[in-house]
Design a protein around this ligand. Structure first.
Ligand code: INI
Length: 200
């Protein structure tokens, strides 16, 4: 038997997408800085002109899951980091937006087999959000750590022939009925990749 565990050192080949909501960009801009700082200190080049990190901007947190899923399906990234800030004080829609974005991000990860990190702050006030985005601590750093760990864990798991990766992945995909719009039954990872590349 084996133990699988992510590490934070073999990072120079890892690739990430960061999907960021513009809404509350005072907060999300700070989360990006925390992410970049963490990635850089662990050997990942966060430069958008470089080869390791792409940045995808969307209007608000509600739109994050769609682009996270697209990024995961593109087969370009080891992990996707989602950044947003949903603040209760600003809208009666808080509960709807917060619920949809959390469900959507979980679905994007399960459906694609790619780690998708939930980096959406849900707070009562702007003050609380800012405290988590740099004033007290910066959770952007933690989200990047989660992405590094999951990216390296997935690489190890896929690379180990004794791990039942294909069976595991096939179960996840078929039970999540992905993607509904295709009208085709998806039976495994290779077919998802094939289907996605047809849209590129
Ligand atoms: N989007 C956020 O990211 N955070 C919020 O706090 C927020 N509020 O307060 O409404 C918000 N709304 C926009 C939403 O995410 C969508 O962009 C919009 O509804 C269009 O689909």
């Amino acid at each position: 038997m084996a133990v699988f565990e992510g590490n934070f050192t073999l990072t120079n080949n890892l690739k990430f997408a960061i999907v960021i909501a513009r809404f509350n960009d005072l907060v999300t801009g700070k989360l990006i800085e925390g992410c970049q700082d963490c990635l850089k200190r662990h050997g990942v080049d966060p430069n958008p002109q470089g080869t390791q990190v792409d940045y995808i901007w969307v209007p608000g947190s509600f739109e994050v899951p769609l682009m996270a899923r697209q990024a995961a399906l593109s087969n370009r990234y080891d992990a996707v980091i989602c950044l947003g800030a949903v603040i209760r004080g600003q809208t009666p829609h808080f509960d709807y937006v917060a619920a949809e974005v959390s469900k959507g991000i979980a679905a994007a990860s399960f459906q694609t087999g790619v780690p998708v990190v939930f980096g959406i702050l849900t707070t009562d006030t702007m003050q609380q959000a800012l405290e988590r985005a740099g004033i007290k601590s910066n959770l952007g750093w933690n989200y990047a750590m989660n992405a590094l760990e999951m990216a390296s864990l997935m690489r190890q798991f896929k690379g180990n022939s004794s791990a039942a990766y294909g069976v595991f992945d096939e179960n996840v995909v078929t039970t999540q009925a992905l993607p509904a719009e295709s009208g085709r039954k998806i039976t495994g990872r290779s077919e998802i990749e094939h289907q996605d590349s047809a849209h590129d």
